[in-house]
Design a protein around this ligand. Structure first.
Ligand code: ATP
Length: 377
């Protein structure tokens, strides 16, 4: 087992038409021994490139990669003892599952045929694919193929697992199941794992810690809760969380924030906005608390029932707001909804840099409030 240490990683691609592209810049990141770290960010942010540099599938432009105390920066992929699982499972189509699982071992280990057979049986049992060993990949469902691909990674007992969107070809239900299975498996094996996804829900659900990337650079590394509640900047706040955080620009006058369409908020503690004429205000959908009197006013447009709660979409002038409200609240389209937000739950960001000025400062519950619907117009 090993830590993965990435120091000042930079990867530039030469591109004839556009000159060179810096895909990854100045990334410092340590994945602890046995940790499940998820690298997450929008398409093109450099996650796959980072992972491929760790795997040894790309040369780094500058920087270093270490596994434990071993500097692997200049080692070939096959010398690094990594196992990689990709989105396309890359199984050998002409080989049955047993051969797919055992093939890598045959090449890389000194095991006898009987030894390989035994390891294949063990791994197949661990993944619940023992009855599929005689089948070819095309006879398997997506989920089964994914298990075989995982098995092929596990069987080599690698020092490090690297996974690039391994679940994205599966349907939603299977993906959720495989998420849990993968976490259990990783826990059982205790192998240091780097997992790439663009799906923040998956990242939040799976990662011990998550590393958020944007535009080639690392934005924040932390536990899912820390990244959600204390984002370092507006990008992270906006990227993490579903539905997304509501964001608006407000003028600052002392402790009063004034936004579009009459949005007003009186801060008890104006310290975070001191020296700012304008700020970006962030409000998580679950922190919008409908109330009967006072509060800001918005106009309900759509209610989406989720069963356990409702998503309420509402407008304040041009501003679209999303609120997560109790499942028995169902404002009609056009109905005026008044709402409050606890100051502890308010996020504030610098207009120019996006840097967080204030994040969530206290435990806050999902908003319920004492609002009753009036039936609308
Ligand atoms: P996605 O989720 O879409 O796979 P990503 O975050 O994994 O995105 P990368 O694949 O790492 O992003 O790409 C980062 C940037 O580097 C992109 O601008 C991409 O076009 C560029 N890039 C990646 N590979 C190459 C390459 N081989 N040659 C040139 N440019 C590349």
């Amino acid at each position: 087992m090993a830590t993965i240490q990435i120091d000042s990683l930079r990867k530039e691609f030469e591109n004839d038409e556009a000159g060179s592209i810096v895909a990854v810049e100045d990334v410092d990141l340590t994945v602890e021994d046995g940790e499940f770290l998820v690298l997450v960010g929008p398409s093109g942010c450099g996650k796959t490139t980072t992972l491929r540099c760790v795997a040894g599938l790309e040369d780094v432009t500058s920087g270093a990669i270490r596994f434990g105390d071993r500097d692997v920066t200049d080692l070939q992929a096959r010398e690094r003892e990594v196992a990689m699982v990709f989105q396309n499972y890359a199984l050998y189509p002409h080989m049955n599952v047993r051969k797919n699982l055992g093939f890598g071992l045959k090449l890389s280990s000194g095991l006898s045929s009987a030894g390989i057979r035994e390891r294949v049986d063990d791994v197949a049992e661990m993944l619940g694919i023992g009855d599929l060993l005689g089948k070819k990949p095309k006879e398997l469902s997506g989920g089964q193929q994914q298990r075989v691909a995982l098995g092929r990674a596990i069987i080599r007992e690698p020092a490090v697992f690297l996974m690039d969107e391994p679940l994205s070809n599966l349907d939603a239900k299977l993906r959720a199941e495989m998420r849990t299975e993968l976490q259990e498996l990783q826990h059982e094996l205790g192998v240091t794992t780097m997992y790439v996804t663009h799906d923040q829900t998956e990242a939040m659900a799976m990662g011990h810690r998550i590393a958020v990337m944007n535009d080639g650079t690392l934005q924040q590394v932390g536990t899912p809760e820390a990244v959600y509640r204390s984002p370092t900047n507006e990008f992270v706040a906006n990227f993490i969380g579903s539905p997304s955080i509501n964001l608006l620009t407000a003028d600052v006058d002392g402790g009063t924030l004034t936004g579009p369409a009459g949005f007003e908020y009186a801060l008890e503690d104006a310290t975070p906005v001191a020296g700012h004429d304008r700020v970006r205000v962030g409000i998580r959908p679950e922190d919008i608390r409908p109330v009967n009197a006072d509060g800001n006013e918005a106009e309900a447009s759509v209610v989406e029932p989720m069963g356990n709660e409702n998503f309420l979409y509402m407008g304040m002038g041009d501003l679209e707001l999303t609120a997560r409200i109790a499942n028995d609240l169902r404002p009609a389209p056009g109905e005026t909804v008044r709402f409050e937000v606890d100051e502890a739950a308010l996020y504030l960001f610098d207009v120019a840099t996006g840097e967080a000025l204030k994040t969530m400062t206290d435990e806050t519950d999902v908003a319920v409030g004492e609002y009753t619907t009036t039936g609308g117009e």
